[in-house]
Design a protein around this ligand. Structure first.
Ligand code: BG6
Length: 473
């Protein structure tokens, strides 16, 4: 039985899409598991003027799929309060603190405060400064900050943002979310990699290439305002794909083996930063056009008809670690692709029997999402394919949705699945040169690909061996 948490959670961006789609359902699941129960309150803030009642109705809507029992959901939402908030207005922080103080007493929350910033990043620093100056961090329990991407748009702005946040919070109090680090399969990777034959072969000695695919079938879904200034490289590769790569490369058996968090940072620091020639050869971008009855990107609402924003990117990294010398790490991501799939495909140098009773394979596919599982096959031999589902793989471990897991970990003060400042800096060091080159590229090389395809043809050229992309679909 887990301990019940005592806490006030203040959510900036409570009327936003993330709160609605992910955070309220995640909190509700924590409530159903009694991890938050009697002694918690959530203060939602945003600019709009909502009443507590309206806010609670919105939360009910968001949790519709999770709730069968109306008494349960009513009890849950009764812990939610709403305060209309202008992030620049000092008086609003005073009001926020007064409300928090009174709820602290009402729910006996032991002076613990969790602040969650799920809103436009340009305000993160300002909010942190106000929280400090208006005394919202002067509490008898813990104070923690949960923060969402985008964490800067390059190394310089990420460092600047960090400096502003550090006016109010110390590194150990900051929980930077990359929700991929909370996904079941990523959590399970260390165990998977410790299967004896995988462990033995988990290096350049056993592996000839690694491929990360993060294909999405949806388009930008009314997010042009955000996406136009961002693009696929910053939206998916700087964070999720690099964390997946870091988790795959992080060593199982290094003498200094620290936490998964440290190991990921080490792996990232060992990736070669691509130079201009390598960028030209190994990194390509694309933009979706028509196909599948869908609008091309340039006709999406909020997108200018000369937009150069990439909705697809593919590339290749390589590690300078002696463990991984010469192993290409390919990646690709795109909107409006043929399928939704986040996965890692690995080609081994020789066939292996990784689990007793299974046929030998040299291609291992680790499916992260949807439906985490693994499959194996021999290259070019479809009939050798097997698949092991999550239950069998984990001996019946329960699946936990990423946001639920990460919020619970932050409430417990567990930092292993969050992104450190060092890790964040490493990711921008890798991405900045690519963005800079692309910004200056003339003429621009931005092929279109059909909606519903696996991306532009050009992406096939970056793979130098005969097998091409292991995941072809
Ligand atoms: C987000 C991106 O971080 O991840 C979105 O901003 C993307 O553009 C999403 O759709 C993908 O996450 P998931 O969990 O649905 O694979």
């Amino acid at each position: 039985m887990k301990n019940e948490q005592h806490v006030i959670i203040t959510l900036f961006g409570a009327t936003g899409d993330l709160a609605h789609r992910k955070l309220f359902p995640a909190l509700f699941r924590l409530f159903k598991e009694h991890i938050i129960d009697e002694h918690f309150a959530v203060i939602g803030t945003a600019r709009r003027s909502w009443s507590d009642e309206y806010f609670r109705e919105k939360i009910k809507e968001a949790c519709l799929e999770e709730s069968e029992d109306s008494e349960d959901i009513n009890r849950f939402t009764s812990h939610f309060y709403y305060l209309s908030h202008d992030v620049t207005n000092t008086a609003h922080y005073v009001a926020l603190n007064n409300l928090a103080n009174s709820l602290e007493e009402k729910y006996s929350t032991h002076g613990n405060r969790l602040y969650y910033m799920a809103m436009a990043p340009q305000f993160f620093g300002l909010i942190a400064t106000h929280l400090n100056e208006e005394n919202l961090l002067n509490v008898s329990g813990y104070k923690r900050l949960l923060i969402e991407k985008p964490l800067g748009r390059d190394l310089e702005s990420a460092i600047q943002l960090d400096k502003e946040i550090k006016n109010a919070f110390k590194e150990e109090q900051i929980f930077r979310i990359d929700h991929y680090l909370g996904k079941d399969m990523i959590k399970f990777l260390p165990k998977l990699k410790s299967l004896p034959l995988l462990k033995e072969n988990w290096s350049y000695k056993g592996i000839s290439k690694i491929e990360v695919t993060m294909a999405e079938s949806l388009g930008i879904e009314h997010r042009a305002g955000y996406y136009e200034g961002t693009g696929a490289l910053r939206d998916m590769i700087q964070n999720h794909a690099l964390q997946i790569i870091a988790s795959i490369l992080s060593p199982n058996n290094r003498p200094e083996s620290g936490s998964q968090q440290t190991l990921r940072s080490i792996s990232l620091s060992e990736l070669f930063i691509p130079n201009t020639d390598q960028i030209k050869q190994n990194f390509i971008r694309g933009q979706y056009g028509e196909g599948d009855g869908q609008l091309p990107y340039l006709s999406e609402e909020g997108v200018g008809n000369e937009s150069r924003t990439e909705t697809y990117v593919a590339g290749k990294f390589e590690s300078q670690s002696p463990t991984w010398k010469g192993v290409p790490i390919y990646f690709r991501t795109g909107k409006r692709m043929k399928t939704k799939s986040a996965r890692v495909d690995i080609l081994f140098k020789k066939p292996l029997i990784i689990l007793k009773g299974l046929k030998p394979i040299n291609v291992l596919s680790i499916i992260i999402d949807p439906n985490p599982h693994i499959t194996g096959r021999l290259l070019d031999k479809e009939n050798s394919r097997w698949s092991v589902d999550w239950r069998t793989l984990t001996n019946g471990e329960k699946q936990i949705e990423a946001y639920q897991r990460l919020i619970e970990e932050a409430l417990n003060g567990e930092k292993a699945d969050f992104v450190t400042i060092e890790n964040l800096k490493q990711t921008w060091r890798l991405i900045d040169p690519i963005e800079s080159y692309w910004e200056s590229e003339e003429p621009i090389n931005l092929p279109t690909y059909n909606s519903g395809s696996m991306g532009p043809e050009l992406a096939n050229k970056i793979i130098k061996d005969d097998s091409g992309w292991l995941f072809k679909k």
